[in-house]
Design a protein around this ligand. Structure first.
Ligand code: GTP
Ligand code: MG
Length: 604
């Protein structure tokens, strides 16, 4: 059991997180802290220890925030490692609401980037103490002084207050941790009040029910205590409470000011939501002691929508259960059931971006064994029909007939790209293809440029970020925020595989680009669809008119190979039999499209 027991030592608690642009070294810095504080024994250490999901390790990125409680020279240090990718910024904002301070890390080989600024803004809104550090100073490409300068400009502090560290080699990491202890204030002293704990994350456990990850703002809780979720209005009982080590580590009691978990005993996963407040059931019920809910979080708005259908229609209930459980550890996911004639029963899901879409389908496959058919993701379109009625369209399957449409509007965003000035020409070239509007150029530090454009969100959802990175050797980064809806002449491009409409491949494109887009999609399909026993025509169509076509040649099974030499009649007979078989097959024409094809198509 712990030697430190709040509340007597509340002054010795520090709650902080690490924030940065993607890949700037947050999880690696967390590794050094874990070592320095002996939270993880040396022999158990592995790089990016807190990236515990297989998917995180494979992709080399953090997807989920991870809390961990460390002890160091009489202090309790609650750290939350956060993801850097823009699609997971809801994880960052929830982490920030659970702490008093943040380390803002900047890779010295890359400088300040788009999410450095975006995440800093989020931290400032929470009034957190911000400690800045330049990382990767061991790298030969490190531009330490320039990066320090960028940070001093950004934060309005003096250069000597910016740390220079190597998370990889551990240089200055101890000093950084000691500054955290010195500068980040302890949480307020409040264990004597009634319990109020803010749920910032959760996961499902089949024995203990939903496990809520909480920042205990006030009060204390021990196993056996009755609990009440203020917003969900449901009761539960604390089956277990404890801290993160980073795995769940049970305690006798946990106290106000700390970060920990409460196993709620609640089995209905959908009822426990991030942002809800857990209180003490008995206190709430006694009059005059009403406990107010904590502010909670602003729910993120899904940016794109895609339909998910189980490949095997019998898996519908399984998919439903999987989505409910997945939402516990991915609060930004939204879903609603839908039934489409062409597809059967599935869910229309809302995502924060294309990586989020990919990660979610991959998690459904790995964690729940579900193979899925995924429709091409869409932004939320506004269609005004002939009767001037406005309808929001999330799914291409709902796209009205062209003759019924009066006007179509789509969301536009303010797109900020930031990159070294050497790449101006190349970045401009890519930005010009987006059919947007140039707004402004800003200079940041000595050699960096921020370009601001207004562009349709549809244009940047897929492939754009990769293109931008590719053209700038990884030096450019971007951020965007939704502005408004603007009119555009868009049409629905349909795809037919073996003469059958495949709704999931449909996409919305500007009218002037239908031929180009139609061609692109049938070519891509030809490349990625495995050959069948008969030839498969691939067609793109708009309002029933074919505008592009490719054919996948038949994969001829070599039926005559076992027959050596002569016997012409037998050969012919076999070939004829094969031909007939193919015709029958073609009639059935049920072509199995492997799940990964869907992802490849919408990425193209
Ligand atoms: N040379 C050098 N490389 C580093 C240093 N710190 C991290 N790296 C490398 O940078 C890459 C990204 O490191 P991570 O710790 O995963 O970065 P992150 O900020 O956690 O990334 P996300 O969570 O995905 O945003 C890895 O290849 C690390 O080995 C450092 O101090 N020096
Ligand atoms: Mg990380």
């Amino acid at each position: 059991m712990d030697t430190i027991h709040p509340p007597s030592n509340q002054a010795k608690i520090r709650n902080f997180c690490i924030i940065s642009h993607i890949d700037h070294g947050k999880s690696t810095l967390a590794d050094r802290f874990l070592e320095l504080t002996n939270t993880i024994p040396k022999e158990k250490m592995r790089p990016q220890y807190l990236d515990m999901m297989d998917l995180e390790r494979e992709k080399g990125i953090t997807i989920k925030m991870t809390p961990v409680r460390m002890e160091y020279e009489g202090y309790v240090l609650n750290l939350i490692d956060t993801p850097g990718h823009v699609d997971f910024s809801y994880e960052v904002s929830r982490s920030l609401a659970a702490v008093e301070g943040a380390i803002l890390l900047v890779d010295a080989t890359k400088g300040v980037q788009a999410q450095t600024m975006a995440n800093l803004e989020l931290a400032k809104k929470q009034n957190l103490v911000i400690i800045s550090a330049v990382n990767k100073i061991d790298s030969p490409q490190a531009r330490i002084e320039e990066t320090k300068e960028e940070l001093t400009n950004l934060l309005g502090i003096s250069k000597k207050d910016v740390f220079a560290i190597s998370a990889k080699e551990g240089t200055n990491v101890k000093e950084l941790l000691e500054i955290v202890i010195e500068k980040v204030p302890p949480p307020e002293r409040n264990s004597e009040k009634p319990l109020r704990a803010l749920i910032f994350d959760s996961k499902y456990d089949s024995f203990k029910g939903v496990i809520a990850f909480v920042r205990i703002v006030e009060g204390k809780i021990k196993p056996g205590d009755k609990i009440y979720l203020i917003q969900a209005k449901i009761e539960g009982e604390a089956k277990e409470v404890g801290y993160f080590k980073p795995e769940l580590s049970p305690r006798d009691e946990i106290f106000g000011g700390e970060i920990g978990y409460i196993a709620t005993g609640i089995k209905e996963a959908g009822k426990v939501r991030v942002g809800d407040t857990i209180t003490n059931h008995l206190v709430t019920k006694s009059p005059g002691h009403l406990v107010e809910a904590l502010p909670g979080y602003k729910e993120p708005k899904p940016m794109i929508f895609a339909s998910l259908y189980p490949e095997n229609p019998d898996d519908f209930d399984l998919l439903k259960e999987a989505l409910v459980k997945l939402k516990l550890s991915d609060a930004s996911l939204t879903f609603e059931p839908e039934t489409k004639e062409s597809l059967g029963r599935g869910f229309l899901c809302g995502f924060l971006g294309s990586l989020h879409t990919e990660i979610t389908t991959e998690r459904l496959r790995r964690e729940f064994g579900l193979n899925l058919v995924i429709s091409t993701p869409n932004v939320l379109y506004k269609v005004i029909d002939k009767k001037d009625k406005e309808i929001f369209i999330k799914s291409t399957a709902d796209w009205p007939n062209q003759v019924d449409i009066n006007e179509i509007k789509e969301p536009w965003v303010k797109l900020e790209t930031i990159f070294p000035s050497d790449y101006l020409g190349r970045v401009l070239e890519i930005l010009e293809t987006l059919q947007g509007k140039y707004i402004e150029t800003k200079y940041f530090g000595q050699e960096r440029i921020i370009l601001i454009y207004e562009v349709p969100l549809r244009e940047i959802l897929f492939g754009f970020y990769d293109k931008l990175k590719g053209q700038t050797q990884g030096f450019a980064s971007m951020n965007y925020e939704v502005l408004d809806y603007r009119t555009r002449d868009l049409v629905k491009l349909e795809v037919l595989v073996a003469g059958k409409k495949e709704e999931t491949f449909s996409r919305i494109v500007p009218r002037e680009r239908v031929f180009e887009e139609g061609q692109k999609i049938v070519r891509k399909l030809k490349e990625v669809l495995p050959p069948q026993l008969f030839s498969v025509p691939l067609q793109a169509a708009v309002s029933g008119k074919i505008i592009a076509r490719e054919t996948i040649k038949a994969r001829r099974r070599d039926v005559i190979a076992p027959l050596y030499g002569g016997d012409y009649t037998r050969k012919r007979k076999l070939l004829e039999k094969q031909k007939k078989g193919k015709e029958e097959l073609r009639e059935k024409a049920k072509i199995r499209i492997p799940p990964k094809v869907y992802l490849e198509i919408f990425r193209s």
